[in-house]
Design a protein around this ligand. Sequence first.
Ligand code: ADP
Length: 582
Amino acid sequence: MQAKNRDVLHRRRQFTRLFYHRNHGSLILAMAATLLGAGLNLALSWLLQQTLDLAAGTGATWTLRQLVLFALGLLACCVVIDAMSAYARPKFLSRAIAQYREYAYAELLKKNLTSFTRENTSVYLSALSNDANSIETNYLQKMFEFWGDAVLFAGALAMMFWYSVPLALVALVLSALPLAVSMLLGPRLAKAETRVSAENAAYVAALKEGLNGFSVVKSFQAEREAFDLFAKNSRRVQTAKCRRLRIGSILGSVGSTAGAVAQLGVFLTGCWMALSGQGVTPGVMVIFVNLMGCANLFVSALPDFVSNHTACNALIDKLAGALAVNLQTAGRAIPRRLEQGIAVEGLTFGYAPGQPVLHGVTARFEAGKSYAVVGASGSGKSTLLRLLMAGGSGYGGGSGYGGSIRYDGAELRGVSTDSLYELVSLVEQNVFVFDSSIHDNITMFRDFPQEQVDRAVRLSGLQPLIEAKGESYQCGENGANLSGGERQRISIARSLLRQAPVLLVDEATAALDKETAFQVSGAILDLDGLTRIVVTHALDEALLRRYDGILVLKNGAVAECGRFDELMARKGYFYSLYTVAQ
Ligand code: ADP
């Protein structure tokens, strides 16, 4: 438990130090402005006392001329302090949040591919938008207010004791009143804030789904249902926000009422002391009321500070915790070439405990050859491919699969993900295309010699498209300006350009028409020198004949394997799959 807490604290510190990293200048300037502002407030109280006592003839130490000069000096300081604050605070805040977000995103990019695909991305969407805003206003902004008010509080107390010890003691006792009342409500505010964050994540998830599934909603005329789903989540987040606001305003009003009672108490006590000749002047009475106001600022806002701080720490912990799950493990780097092949032995895997999806899969994929993985839907083809791509951490933080996966004899569990991604390239059915040019999408925004780009274009069959539209043709949001086949070819060209020796292809042609699918699959089979493992459900004889081996999966186990002719001659499971498909 203690180790876990230490872990959480350590991760939180990693994030919070990002607020201050290379941001000390602005922080110091902004904090200095805040603290000087507090000092200014105290000086104003003193000026008030002196002015009143000068007017009443009750013991002012300064002359009117001195007081006017002092007031002018304070005014000038006020202008300078405001300018300092206006310059430094926004600068500090914007840099702090930018660094926080960038660090979180960089950590996110380090995540293992397989672990990321199993997560709900709305956690990150919410953490890097709404939660980050909340941290900016409720954590960082409030930090300045906290220290400003704390200095004001300490200064006010010191001045009170300097003016009159008995009255200061009364003020101290009465200050406990707003503190006690608002401390009771503080924890509720923290809980309400955490709830807002959770509801917001659900809302973002629903919104994301609604937008992604727009075409399904339209074609099934499910607008009403989609709207209801959206409205439900939207209302829930607003209800949570409303609750937080309500607790906040109750806290504020209870705090300020208690503060006013305390102020009045000091005023009346001061009045009584003045009347009973205990050396309290009208100026001192007024300055006490004023100083009580200053002290109350801190006292009544303290629970708000504490609960906001706690709530924001919880938000940081949530993000840091999510990012820490299945982070890449630093394994051994393997060379960027495959000489013998990939050996899978007794591979067992399940997404949930006790529900295995793969049962003892054993297969051998020789370097430089091409293999097809076939089987009915749900037989575990994609799972097998994802495990080959899983790298050091894999599913479930490293011990996810049973059996072994060896690249040239190196067991995947001990291999660093970075070096595995250098070796292996994945072409998926759902190709992500950036809203940029064809060239950028092929190169993934990196620089490559033009002849390498041309080769990838030629081999992936993208040449006709580029001849017609040019490399700078804009692909549109997620490739909206391209056909399915063109998107697939971009994805293949991308993989080819990386020149990874192993190409894993997951049902890449499933969404294409028969002819395009044939051409794309043919293009993959034409790539000499690469080790290719292609998950396919297009059982086309002309293509299947070209594979060096076909692995047939049935309910997560290998039913058969061999070349097309051998499998057909065996008249087993593959034969029936193939015959039904025809
Ligand atoms: P195939 O590619 O052969 O269609 P998959 O490997 O995608 O099969 O799926 C095999 C089984 O694993 C299916 O029963 C599927 O429901 C389950 N499965 C796939 N992905 C996940 C996942 N991310 N979480 C839980 N179960 C999954």
